[in-house]
Every structure is written in C-alpha cells, then in structure tokens.
Design a protein around this ligand. Structure first.
Ligand code: AMP
Ligand code: ZN
Length: 491
C-alpha cells in the first residue's frame, strides 16, 4: 500500500518512504502540562493516532515519542513572560512539580478514554536535562550560541536556511511584526536555548548552568532552565536518532517552534532532522478561535457533562480532514454521536448472523450479498490517501446502509467481522468492544416475542417488546428478520 502524506517540508503530497525498512521513527510535539487539554488539543492527537494506526495497518513498526513539556514553555514566544508550569503552580497554589504530575496523569487518562495508542516513549522534558545541555554544548562548539543577560541564545543568522521551512520573511520579522524584541538579541528570530533564573525570580524548577556552556565564565552559581524548542530537539535526537521519519504538530508550530527545532537539530548534527513534517489545522468553536477569554476551550469532562463520550468526540474529529480547519458545535457533536450509535447498532448484527458456506466472491452472481471484503480494502486505501478520514467514513456509511437493508442471510459473518476489525484498527472507535452480545435470557425473550408474532398474538408480542425496552433492547422488524439493537442511554 502506498501511503501519501502532505509534507510541509516540500509543500507536496509525498509518497511516504521510511529510512529503515519497515521501521518508522515518529515524533509528535506533546502537551505543556499546566492545564487540562481542550478539544482543539485533543483533535490533533486523534489525527496523529489515526496516522499511527494507518502505519500499523500498512505493516510498519512504529517507534514513537510524545514529549511532555513539564518545564520551560514560556507564555510569550518572545522568550520572556512566565513559564507556563510556574504560572499553573501560582494559579493553583501548588508546586510546578505537582502541577506537572497532575496534568500529565490527566493527559494519560484522556489518551486512554479516546483510545489513543500509547507511544513507545512518553518523554518528560525534565528527565532529559543532561541531553539538552549536551545539545547546547555541541551548538556552542560549532559557534551557534551566544550569551546575553537572560540566557543563552541560538544565532539564527549562522544557520542560513533558517527561513526556508516556514517561508519566513526575516526582514518583516525585523520590523517587529512577530514578537517583542529583546535589544540584546542579535537577530529577531534568535531564540533561547537556556534561560537564566533572574535574581528577583523564585522558581520551583531550575538547574545549575554548567560553566562550559557560558561565554562569560563566573564563579557565581547561575541557575537556569531549558528553552521549550530545545526540549523537543534533544528528546527526538537522543531517543530516535539524528534523522527521523515523521514529525507532527499544529500549524501554529510551523513559523517558530518547528523552524527552531530544525535549526538547532540540523546545526548540531549536520544532517536533515525529519523527512516528513505534518501539521494539523486548528479546531474552532462556533466559528471562533478557542481562547481563554471566551471560555470555549471545552475539556473531555465538559463534553461528558453534556452526555457525550470521548468516542463520540473522536467520531466528530474523524469527520473532518486534519488539514482543514474544524468547527466544533454541540449540534455537530450530536450528529457524530448519532452516527456512532448507528454504527454500533449495525455492529451488533454480527451476533445475529451465521457464517454462510459461500464466500463473498462466490456470491457475486447471487447479487443479494453485501460485498464486504472489498470494503475493508477501500477503507485502507482511502486512509492511505493523506489520512483521508472523511472518505473512510463515507465508505463505511455506504457499506453499513447496505448491511442494514440486507436480509441477515445475505451477510457473510466472517467478512463482516473482518470489516469491523478493519474499522476499529484504523479509526479506534471500538465498535467491537462496545457491542458485546446480549445474554441468553434476553435472547429467550426475543425468541418468545418472535413466536408470539408468528402466532399473531399481538398483545403478548407488545408485552415482550416492552420488557425488552426496559432492558435497553430494541427490535426492528424487517420483511424477513427481526433484528435487535441497543437503546443507547445518555451517560
Ligand atoms: P498550546 O497549549 O496552545 O501550546 O497547544 C498545544 C498543542 O495543541 C499545540 O500542538 C497546538 O498546535 C495544538 N492546538 C492548540 N490549539 C488548537 C486548536 N484550536 N486546534 C487544534 N490544535 C490546537
Ligand atoms: Zn516540539
């Protein structure tokens, strides 16, 4: 299967070819753990999880890092402002360490709820301080660093291709359109590798600055902490190696964070940092940017309070393409929930059919049989076309509507189960796990009802239907079959 991906590095849809046979080295920029993730943040992880699932379905072995930024991400891109972790600590009257632990645990919990595949490495920035200092050391030896009053900076003018990745116009940057300018910085686009704890500052997380990374050696102990961009480069290089296959993040990362990651990594190693760069567009809420002031950054817990499960939200996200801006509204989420519930009610049909002797191909002539093996293949193909989740969903809708309208006898159980497995593998919606068979006792009631119906004993049949309703089971009578499904309750 040829996987095609939109590569920000080339601006094209490129065929994906990993460097090392079937192994894929994959780095995803992870959360800054100072607050709950909002639905916009989660949408990104859902798309990248889908990519992981596609790679696995294609037979690749994925070695993936998601970093946990538990120090050093400042509230301003200008390398000043408060460290987000310290800010969270002040807000909640806790230490930065406590904040990091609480929101890291919450992130892991959310990943589980959304059925995101755990990465091989969930790497905390604070566990990689020596590697980050080593990277600064290498950059210093190669002449890329300089020291100013508040830290050690990367000199972007020494990395001539700095502007290429994001097609930056450095002259415009000079005019100050991007960020406030620290007058000691040599160039507007220079960024902090290591920040010093200033005299008046009290920080929970800080490390002694090794003297060999300083330009001005002093006897005085200088405490400091790493820059956010440095964390990602150091963890990617030390865990995955000098050149990785795929790097992901939000589109907001292109001009600063990823341009900086590329500069530091490539300046230190002399080789290309990542072959494929993928970026997800942003999710809006009611057509508006998610922002603190609007209080529209809903969390998974906010959705649960309104009766929507994490997998309802996952379905909502998959309805859009990762490269398009998304728009969240509760109406849209409602229609995703309806779609998922409808799919679950199709999935239970597998408990009500038997394997037929003929396989799909033999039945083509009979033309009543729903052809399902071809559907599984079509799903994989659509997914491989730049993570084409909306197309995957419409292929499934088509197949499911055929199943819904077919007589049970015309559905091959083996092929249907295979289709459900393919859908679960690619989309992670847990159609199979969420739809266990009903108990023998319930089956008995259904059988009894069918008999009453055959005998035209309508009052007994209605009575038994009511009994089933109380057990959250619905019966749909087709021409030939009576098909049961669940009645979904809002949580
Ligand atoms: P932040 O906490 O704003 O630094 O965002 C953390 C991650 O979530 C980054 O990778 C952003 O690209 C991503 N992100 C932030 N807001 C959104 C959004 N509205 N939609 C999608 N991704 C977002
Ligand atoms: Zn990053």
């Amino acid at each position: 299967m040829t996987l095609k991906l939109h590569n920000t590095l080339t601006g094209n849809i490129d065929e994906f070819i990993p460097q090392h046979g079937n192994k894929v080295l994959f780095y995803s920029c992870g959360p800054t753990v100072y607050n709950y993730l909002h639905i916009g943040n989660w949408s990104a992880y859902i798309y990248w999880d889908t990519l992981v699932r596609i790679l696995i379905a294609d037979g690749y072995e994925v070695d993936r890092v998601i970093n946990i930024t538990d120090v050093g991400h400042l509230t301003s891109d200008a390398d000043d402002g408060e460290d987000k972790l310290e800010k969270g600590a002040h807000r909640e009257n806790k230490t930065a360490q406590e904040i990091a632990k609480f929101y890291t645990d919450d992130f892991i919990n959310g990943m589980k709820q959304l059925n995101l595949i755990m990465p091989q490495h969930l790497a905390k920035a604070t566990d990689y301080i020596p590697q980050q200092l080593d990277l600064i050391r290498k950059l210093k030896q190669k002449g890329f660093t300089y020291q100013i009053n508040d830290g050690i900076y990367f000199d972007t003018s020494k990395f001539p291709t700095y502007a290429n990745f994001a097609h930056l116009n450095l002259n415009e940057l000079k005019a100050g359109v991007r960020v406030k300018f620290n007058p000691e910085k040599r160039n507007h686009s220079d960024f902090a590798l290591w920040k010093f704890t200033l005299n008046n500052e009290k920080r929970d997380m800080e490390w002694e600055t090794p003297t060999d990374i300083l330009d001005n050696i002093t006897d005085e102990k200088i405490m400091g902490f790493p820059g956010w961009h440095l964390e990602c480069s150091a963890m990617a290089l030390s865990i995955l190696g000098q050149t990785i296959d795929i790097h992901t993040g939000g589109i907001d990362h292109i001009p600063i964070h990823h341009s900086n990651e590329i500069a530091q990594s490539e300046a230190s190693t002399g080789v290309k940092f990542s072959n494929y760069w993928l970026h997800n567009n942003h999710l809006k809420v009611n057509g508006t940017k998610i922002s603190k002031s609007l209080n529209n950054g809903y969390t998974l817990a906010d959705l649960a309070k309104k009766g929507f499960s994490p997998l309802d939200f996952r379905m909502f996200v998959l309805q859009g393409n990762y490269r398009n801006e998304g728009n969240f509204t509760f109406e849209n989420l409602q229609s995703a929930q309806n779609r998922l519930r409808n799919w679950l009610n199709i999935a239970v049909i597998r408990h009500q059919i038997n394997d037929t002797i003929e396989n799909d191909n033999d039945k083509i002539k009979g033309n009543k049989t729903v052809l399902l093996f071809a559907t599984s293949q079509a799903i994989i193909e659509a997914a491989n076309n730049d993570i084409g989740t909306p197309q995957v969903l419409s292929i499934i809708d088509d197949a499911f509507s055929k199943i819904e309208n077919a007589s049970l006898i015309n559905i091959n159980r083996h092929a249907f189960v295979h289709l459900l497995e393919t859908i679960d593998d690619i989309l992670g919606l847990q159609l199979i796990d969420q739809t266990p068979d009903i108990t023998d006792d319930i089956k008995k009631i259904i059988l009894e009802r069918n008999q009453a119906r055959d005998q035209k004993d309508w009052s007994r049949s209605d009575e038994l239907r009511n009994e089933l309703t109380k057990l959250n089971i619905n019966i749909r009578d087709n021409k030939k079959d009576s098909v049961w499904s669940y009645i979904h309750q809002n949580n």
